[in-house]
Design a protein around this ligand. Structure first.
Ligand code: FES
Length: 251
């Protein structure tokens, strides 16, 4: 007797048999990512209070044309695409904001918003694949941020440490970890290889891949902590530069 195949009924958007509070997971994403997006946009277009003494806000680094000789808008807008592109296309953030903002899908075993899912094979989402190359751009920005931190140790030509120095230092450390634990760099170390021992530089690549893989488990944590730290670092510089608070000199 022929077997009759019955297609599973399609779930309506948001319907699920799950009894747990699956939606709790997306609320912090909406709050944090949405809040950061609004704050960063306002700060990027503000175009002032980004520098004080030896401190430079990470949103404005590297600082290009601050005197508006050829660029009439905020200097942050000239460089924003680099760090923003890296973060927006990050594999972890993609999962987080697809779920929280596009509801596509909101959680496992929960009805999807649309029925014709085509992944990242079409414009504009096919552009997400640029993340394979964006870590190189991010590393270039790290160079400028580390240079800013070194400058933040010099007050009127003398060595010194202020609260802002520490804020910028912690921020760049978190950003460095976040960048170097990127999945794309892990792929660079060990991707496309079936046999490490047969490959050129196989042993160091295997060690690098093992190390990045182990640390990569903390990528989500670093994605959030570096997001918060970069926002706080900018806020600190803004508050000091605008005179709202005074920088505390530690040494
Ligand atoms: S996967 Fe998150 S930064 Fe590359």
């Amino acid at each position: 007797m022929a077997e009759v195949q019955v297609a599973p009924a399609e779930k309506a958007f948001g319907s699920t048999a799950r009894r747990d509070a699956w939606w709790v997971e997306i609320i912090p994403v909406i709050v944090l990512l949405g809040g950061f997006g609004m704050y960063a946009t306002l700060r990027a277009v503000e175009g002032k209070f980004y520098e004080w003494g030896p401190y430079l806000s990470p949103f404005y680094s590297p600082l290009i044309d601050p005197n508006h000789r050829w660029w009439p808008l905020s200097p942050a807008l000239l460089i924003l695409v680099g760090p923003l592109g890296f973060r927006v296309t990050c594999y972890y953030y993609r999962k987080a904001y697809y779920r929280a903002f596009f509801f596509d899908l909101s959680a496992c075993a929960v009805g999807e918003r649309k029925k014709s899912y085509c992944g990242e094979t079409k414009f504009p989402f096919i552009l997400q694949n640029v993340h394979r190359y964006s870590p190189y751009v991010a590393i270039l920005f790290l160079y400028f941020l580390w240079r800013d931190v070194i400058r933040a140790f010099a007050f009127d030509g003398k060595f010194g440490v202020g609260a802002g120095t520490l804020v910028l230092l912690i921020n760049v450390c978190l950003l460095t970890l976040y960048t170097f634990l990127c999945h794309s760099l892990r792929h660079l170390a060990g991707g496309k290889l079936d046999c490490f021992s047969c490959a050129t530089f196989g042993t160091p690549r295997y060690k690098a891949w093992r190390g990045i893989t182990a640390l990569n488990e903390g990528h989500m944590l670093l994605a959030w902590s570096s997001l918060v730290s970069v926002g706080l670092a900018d806020l600190y510089v803004r508050l000091v530069a605008s005179g709202a608070i005074r920088d505390v000199r530690l040494f």
